[in-house]
Design a protein around this ligand. Structure first.
Ligand SMILES: Nc1ncnc2c1ncn2[C@@H]1O[C@H](COP(=O)(O)OP(=O)(O)O)[C@@H](O)[C@H]1O
Ligand SMILES: [Mg+2]
Length: 282
């Protein structure tokens, strides 16, 4: 891959000099309530520094995707949310949908949990790349195509030309997941949110995707929110971890502390049910 073409630091939200060591993402007191739903997401707080990967782990239904959607302003109107979500110091919960739309994609790259829902079935992959890249970056169609092509190769899709010419329905969930990772990093966002990005992948491709995400974070000094129920994936990429259960963070700390000395019984349970082969930090 041509490294120079990709992933240079870009802090579009900054108006002045970047504040040294200020977190890129800072979430505090975040609460989400869905009408007629028992599970409430309560008092979520964490921050991610530049160049850092933060792992959010917990069983299905614990509220991980809801936290991601709140950051992206994608919760439906009827979901009540309160608290604070700051991106490079800017409060996101007060943004209008239009303002948030400008930030999504460009400043926040999102790898959605369900790869099939992320793509317009009538558009070739090529067009998904072109539209995303050209909407946010000044570059020619040829440059956008080349960047897309390089990134598809980087996520292990060696038949990149065929993938570009395919409709989403012609690709497997695992392939779409990797295309989504490629599109998300193509814009060099300050924050990458990857919601179960390896869910549909076998071990080999899971490793490739983790490597690309880690590389993107390292090279752009972006922040990565890595969401998973797979303790192994989180253990191998995150520096800090928060464990969610029934809408709350029950334990948080450095990956090493949480994995070696889990304090909450639920964390211990998660660890004992998944053999964790740590620590090949990418
Ligand atoms: N669109 C929605 N409408 C109503 N309730 C929802 C919606 N999305 C999530 N929830 C509620 O929030 C809980 C947490 O869901 P989610 O954030 O998807 O968890 P996770 O990603 O950890 O599996 C669910 O169990 C459900 O009760
Ligand atoms: Mg989820």
């Amino acid at each position: 891959m041509n490294e120079a073409s990709m992933l240079m630091p870009q802090y579009a939200l900054y108006t002045g000099e970047p504040v040294k060591d200020a977190p890129i993402l800072s979430v505090s007191g975040l609460c989400i309530e869905y009408p007629n739903e028992r599970t409430k997401i309560r008092n979520i707080g964490f921050s991610i520094a530049r160049g850092e990967t933060f792992g959010l782990i917990g069983e299905s239904g614990s509220g991980k995707t809801s936290v991601c959607k709140a950051i992206l302003g994608l919760l439906k109107d009827r979901a009540l949310q309160s608290g604070s979500i700051r991106l490079c110091g800017k409060e996101l919960l007060r943004l209008s949908p239009k303002e948030q739309q400008k930030i999504n994609g460009k400043d926040i790259g999102y790898v959605m949990q369900n790869p099939h829902a992320a793509f317009d079935p009538c558009m070739k992959i090529k067009r998904h790349f072109m539209e995303t890249i050209k909407a946010h970056r000044h570059c020619s169609t040829r440059e956008a195509f080349r960047l897309g092509y390089e990134l598809l190769c980087a996520v292990g899709l060696s038949d990149a030309e065929r993938v570009m010419e395919s409709y989403p329905g012609q690709l497997s969930g695992g392939m779409l997941q990797r295309v989504m990772v490629a599109i998300a990093v193509s814009l060099r966002p300050v924050l990458l949110i990857a919601d179960e990005p390896t869910g549909a992948l076998d071990a080999g491709n899971c490793g490739i995707v983790l490597q690309l995400l880690a590389k993107a974070v390292r090279e752009t000094q972006a922040a990565l929110l890595f969401v998973s129920h797979d303790m192994n994936a989180v253990a191998n990429i995150a520096e800090c971890i928060a464990v969610m259960k029934e809408g709350e963070i029950v334990e948080t700390g450095t990956a090493e502390t949480v994995l070696k000395n889990p304090r909450h019984p639920y964390t211990a349970e998660l660890l004992s049910s998944s053999k964790v082969y740590v620590h090949v930090h990418f």
